[in-house]
Design a protein around this ligand. Structure first.
Ligand SMILES: [Zn+2]
Ligand SMILES: [Zn+2]
Length: 169
């Protein structure tokens, strides 16, 4: 009941003050982190809401064969884990509750400058910049060595997102 009320309250606040949406859209990632941290530190209900949004219960993965559970021994409750993780394959962050065998597209190979390509025909590294450093600006002029697709291609492998392992593992 109270959560419904607060959701309705939030909606009406946003409607009364559209500038809030504008301000929120302009936040940098760093500023957003700061705001979220200080709000959570100042208000227990916000902290609880964040817990709900950012953590999921740690259930055993269906891929891992698990021992048969006896009905008399309920599964031990394990601490919650982060809901959003960064994928080591596609470098994007993903929702662990929505990961599936087709969630991720990536290239296992390297993305290298395609010097043979007409794309660079008129490019003079002395005045236009070193080609190998221009991948983000001109992905069309690059090629993946796994599949020969250009740098704009989304990925030649499809599978589940794989979370980056933590340091020290
Ligand atoms: Zn590829
Ligand atoms: Zn991924």
């Amino acid at each position: 009941m109270s959560s419904l009320n607060s959701a309705a309250e939030q909606r009406s606040l946003a409607a009364q003050n559209p500038q809030l949406a504008v301000a929120r859209a302009g936040l940098t990632k760093t500023r957003l982190h700061d705001v979220v941290s200080s709000l959570a530190a100042s208000d227990r209900t916000i902290e609880a809401a964040l817990e709900k949004a950012l953590l999921v219960a740690d259930v055993p993965s269906p891929d891992v064969p698990s021992r048969k559970r006896k009905s008399s021994a309920p599964h031990p409750k394990r601490p919650a884990k982060p809901r959003y993780l960064v994928c080591q394959q596609c470098e994007a962050d993903f929702d662990v509750t929505k990961n599936n065998p087709e969630a991720c597209r990536w290239h296992p190979g390297e993305c290298e400058p395609d010097y043979e390509s007409d794309f660079w025909a008129d490019h003079d590294e002395n005045c236009h910049g070193i080609i190998s450093t221009l991948r983000d600006e001109y992905p069309e002029g690059f090629i993946y060595d796994c599949c020969e697709e250009d740098g704009t291609s989304k990925g030649c492998e499809v599978g589940r997102h794989e979370a980056k392992s933590r340091e020290g593992r």
